[in-house]
Design a protein around this ligand. Sequence first.
Ligand code: BES
Ligand code: MN
Ligand code: MN
Length: 470
Amino acid sequence: MRLPLSINSLNEVVRVHVMVCSSMSQQEIWIEELKQFLRIPSVGTTPEHAPDVRRCAEFTRDLLAAAGLHNVGLIQGDGHPMVYGEWLGAPGQPTVLFYGHYDVQPPDPLHEWVSGPFAPEVRGDDIFARGAADDKGQVYLQIKAVEQLMRRDGKLPVNVRFLIEGEEESGGEVLEHFVASGDPRLQADAAIVCDTEMFAPNLPTLCVGLRGIVYGEIHLRTGATDLHSGVYGGAAPNAIQAICEVIAALKDRDGRIHVEGFYDRVTQPTAAERAAWATLPFNENEYREKEVKVSALTGEAGFDVFERTWSRPTLEVHGIRGGFIGEGAKTVIPCSAVAKVSARLVPDQRPDEAVAQLQAAVRKACPRGATAEFKLLHAAPPSVVNTGNRFIECAAEAMKQVFGKETVYIRSGGSIPVVGLFDKHLGIPSVMMGFGLPDDNLHAPNEKFHLPNLFRGIDAMGRYLELLGS
Ligand code: BES
Ligand code: MN
Ligand code: MN
């Protein structure tokens, strides 16, 4: 879809999102508009939210159009739409591909939220809502950075494309198909991904490594029917007990994963990277008490917290379904159970190999009288970014200039599947310039985004494009 827009005619044709009164500052206008974005419950995983997801894609498209981008539109595949826009008026200059996602995680548990997950509220310096930091606030700052430069100069210092997807949180395949398709709209020299965290408030950070993921379900069955636990207890196998035994066999109390071959390809961070991590401001007790909020940390002996969360693989159980979970008591022996589990992968582990290893391990761990199967839901490879390129160097410089401190390089334990896809199919590096904070409550109740990071993010992104273009 091509909209015949020139930058000057935009105000007439693009839907106005915010009622602006003359007394409002630019920052107040941004906050109001971001609130509208956050009010749309674009939960990608639940089918009943599909119309909201679509509305959110349209909202994102309108933001791109209002910023002065061309060829703005939705790209519809077999799933939630992607949003595209471009500005290619700087011949001879590099082209950057902005990536983010407008879909969000489910908001539950609802009763833990101080204000509603889709009723954004500013408290102090933070804006609270599902998706505030992951990733609408960060998508918003990318768009506003471009809009600011367009408003000021009528043009941009580099060429830009935007690809904002709606299936990041649900592990959909639309984006992979598009990235693999060789579509000319993805021709770029580097990707700019705003979907990670800074190491600490006021500490400019670039993320240069992510873990991969293999997410699946263990389906376990004992017999044909549930049984009376008094009549058969003692003789009949129990599916919940059995699935717990399988899970306990996969990972021991010291965090070691007992899946054959699982560690074979795991590499260590370099000495230089380890030395850089050692200079990060970090207090393990404070991290445990204030951020993780637990009485004791767990994990593999012999590895520090950075290694355990950034450069070592892990295995987690997300939920177990089966048996009787209603109010009151019911004496039953359940005959089936399902557990949702995922493994995080690190360089150079491969998702396809890890899936096969997990399938074999689940079968092997299954106790007598039961059958168990690992069924894959989605997977993404780990990634490490080479820091020796101009796209990273300019990003570090832009962050440094705006935050007034030397930029640090960290890894992150989370996964962003697109980073591996850009590398594999487009051969381009990703610059992970994130503005979330460790206490932003991603995927949890009371998710927030720190407003000073929104404003400095807009500045840093604009500065980055200027540096790239100079
Ligand atoms: N933005 C996160 C990943 C992230 C969080 C990276 C914090 C760095 C720091 C992303 O939206 C996410 O949650 N990804 C999922 C993977 C996906 C395939 C479901 C994840 O990591 O669980
Ligand atoms: Mn995200
Ligand atoms: Mn997320």
